[in-house]
Design a binder for this molecule. Structure first.
Ligand code: MLT
Length: 332
């Protein structure tokens, strides 16, 4: 069919309109990260972004803002809740204040291995926590970084026993369960936002803190901390959250891409920690950090923390039954 000149102008206009509409719909989503580049958060975020972009045929992109550039981890939950931020990756302990049932994942010594962490995040408990964070905090968990046990670091002395801890000023996140754990060990820790922690350690406002090996390395804490105690009281899980209002405003195919990319990036994160943690530990030693194991197989640390802290938080995590159910899932 031969097009008349009078038809060509409207066709060009329609194509231009369709093109500009699709350009307008393309979006660069903003993702906040509490940690610097080089850790488990960054690895998860990078993999998610790559997969999400691919799944949307290159139409949508994600721009990552590491190192708390968009605010403290707890601030990013608020921003995502009101829809001014799209995504955030943060430590689970920084969501708990907004959705207390998540605390079951940060009760001391509940998660005792990467396998435990995988079981809980990918099973019915993980699903329940996702529903709860949507309800309580306006954010949806779509993926998980597995970051390893939070080891204790400090600048003053080797710590092996609970007794050695006395007199040290330890920074903790603004998380009641973690504060209560240090109190059970006999000290009053200092709650401080993650974004202020490096400076706090550097200026000796605090002597120490706890975070996984990979995070200690990514944040260059070895420059301001000397001693590590290999405690295993909390396995650090770092959820990738999306603003629920942003999620709901997406087309079904974009929602599907977010969920699928989140699941696949989570599998990648499991692999990443298996391949990375041992090497990072050695690198930290090579950079001058001294690693000590807690005395007596950590028995005193475990007894003091579990006896004092667990009963105190049964209500906020959804009842003792919930913890019993978690333990059953973990085969204990
Ligand atoms: C914290 O200690 O506040 C967090 O674990 C920091 C992090 O996200 O790595």
């Amino acid at each position: 069919m031969l097009l008349k000149k009078t038809h060509i102008v409207p066709i060009i206009a329609a194509v231009a309109l369709a093109f500009s509409t699709s350009i307008l719909q393309a979006k660069t989503f903003k993702m906040a990260l509490g940690d610097a580049q080089g850790g488990t958060q960054y690895a998860l975020g990078e993999k998610f972004s790559e997969l999400f972009e691919k799944k949307t045929g290159g139409k949508h992109k994600v721009k990552m803002f590491p190192n708390s550039q968009l605010g403290s981890e707890q601030d990013t939950v608020n921003d995502a809740a009101i829809g001014t931020l799209d995504f955030s990756i943060l430590a689970i302990n920084n969501i708990t204040p907004f959705s207390p049932s998540v605390g079951v994942m940060t009760l001391p010594y509940v998660i005792q291995s990467l396998d435990d962490a995988v079981k809980l995040t990918r099973g019915e408990v993980g699903k329940e926590l996702t529903e709860n964070t949507i309800r309580d905090a306006g954010v949806r968990i779509v993926g998980w970084a597995y970051s390893g046990f939070r080891v204790l670091t400090n600048s003053k002395k080797p710590v092996r026993t609970v007794g050695d801890l006395q007199g040290l000023v330890i920074r903790v996140p603004k998380n009641e369960i973690m504060i209560a754990t240090y109190q059970a060990w006999g000290i009053n820790p200092t709650p401080m936002a993650w974004s202020e922690t490096f400076t706090g350690l550097q200026q000796k406002v605090v002597d120490g803190q706890d975070n996984p090996y990979i995070t200690v390395s990514a944040m260059k804490f070895n420059e301001v901390q000397k001693y590590i105690t290999n405690i295993r009281y909390i396995f650090s899980l770092e959820p990738l959250i999306v603003s629920e209002s942003v999620f709901q405003s997406q087309k079904p195919e974009v929602q599907k891409a977010i969920l699928e990319a989140g699941k696949e990036a989570t599998l990648y994160s499991e692999q990443y920690i298996k391949e990375t943690e041992g090497r990072i530990k050695k690198e930290l030693q090579a950079k001058g950090m001294e690693i000590n194991d807690p005395a007596d197989g950590e028995k005193e640390w475990i007894a003091k923390a579990t006896e004092a802290v667990w009963p105190k938080y049964y209500d906020s995590i959804g009842g003792k039954d919930k913890l019993d159910r978690v333990m059953k899932i973990l085969g204990r």
